[in-house]
Ligand binder design. Structure first.
Ligand code: GLV
Ligand code: MG
Length: 306
């Protein structure tokens, strides 16, 4: 059974930036991801790893999910990231975020190593995996990756690397979704990832919006992926957290409406009615399932936070 967590906002922080890491602990992010990969220069890889270990050992994350993005499995840094982080701080890490997952073999390799370390250290809690799908190769095996291990908790879409792997032109300076208006050119990719994740009981997370001075662009980007069932989005700046948290939560009006739908349906023929009219609209069993999913999400959110 894959683990479901509150991860509307995933704040990505370079592990070698001590002040940013310290500040992140007090921010309203559901998950803090200490990054060892693309935001850390090659000459700082070892220092960043040591800093991440110290942070996991010492910092108070409160209820936030404690995540570490390791380096790409095709680099010489990845194996040492896994071993050092988990051996030295495994009791204080919830998930490893694995970039550029190319296929299920990447996940299986990590799964086996994690099992060995967990057994050797008598760790009772299994460390989870968030698998980043951000290459054409990875996307072509998204379903197999999602099904590859019960450690996989979420699929993550990385738009910048994905665009690069497609040989497609960048839009905007960062390549992280800025200027991708409307449904955008990768709409079908978002849909595929959402289906691959949900078909396997996983969550699905959208990567960051690269322009933190463009709140409208961030909002549009959140609306797009949250509308497809995505559970959250990365943030690269504290100013993005509020919009992301709001956009990946059901609004109080929607929850209220969902409760009315469930109540009306249960009242009518003890919940065995085929369809009925409510506020001039047709409500049937599917409407009720949908309404219940909104209420469940709300209750899960509030249960796990308060
Ligand atoms: C994130 O890692 C991305 O490549 O967009
Ligand atoms: Mg990437």
């Amino acid at each position: 059974m894959n683990v479901i967590r509150l991860r509307r906002s995933v704040l990505s922080v370079p592990a070698n930036k001590e002040r940013m890491v310290h500040k992140a602990m007090g921010l309203n992010a559901d998950e803090i991801m200490l990054d060892l990969e693309d935001s850390v220069p090659v000459q700082d890889k070892e220092g960043a790893r040591r800093a991440a270990i110290a942070c996991f050992q010492e910092a108070d994350f409160g209820p936030k999910v404690r995540a570490c993005r390791i380096n790409d499995m095709q680099t010489p840094y990845a194996y040492r990231d896994i071993i050092d982080i988990v051996e030295q701080a495994g009791t204080s890490v919830d998930v490893l975020v694995v970039p550029k997952v190319a296929g299920p073999a990447h996940v299986s390799a990590i799964d086996l190593v994690l099992s060995q370390i967990e057994t050797a250290l008598n760790l009772t809690r299994k460390i989870g995996i968030e698998a980043c799908i951000e290459t054409a190769e990875g996307l072509s095996q998204a379903e197999a990756i999602a099904a590859s291990s019960d450690r996989v908790e979420a699929l993550v879409f990385g738009v910048a690397d994905f665009t690069a792997s497609m040989g497609a032109p960048p839009i905007g300076v960062s390549g992280h979704g800025e200027g991708e208006t409307g449904q955008g050119r990768w709409y079908s990719v978002l849909c595929r990832l959402a289906v691959a994740a949900k078909a396997n009981g996983l969550q699905v997370i959208d990567a960051p919006y690269g322009d933190h001075s463009d709140p409208e662009g961030l909002f549009a980007s959140c609306r797009l992926s949250s509308g497809l069932g995505f559970d959250g989005k990365w943030a690269i700046h504290p100013s993005q957290l509020e919009t992301i948290n709001t956009e990946f939560s059901p609004s109080p009006e929607r929850v209220e409406q969902a409760r009315r739908v469930v109540a009306a349906y249960e009242q009518a023929a003890g919940g065995h009615s085929g369809s009925l009219a409510m506020e001039g609209k047709m409500v049937d069993a599917a409407s009720v399932r949908l309404a219940r999913s909104v209420v469940d999400k709300w209750e899960q959110m509030h249960g796990s936070r308060n």
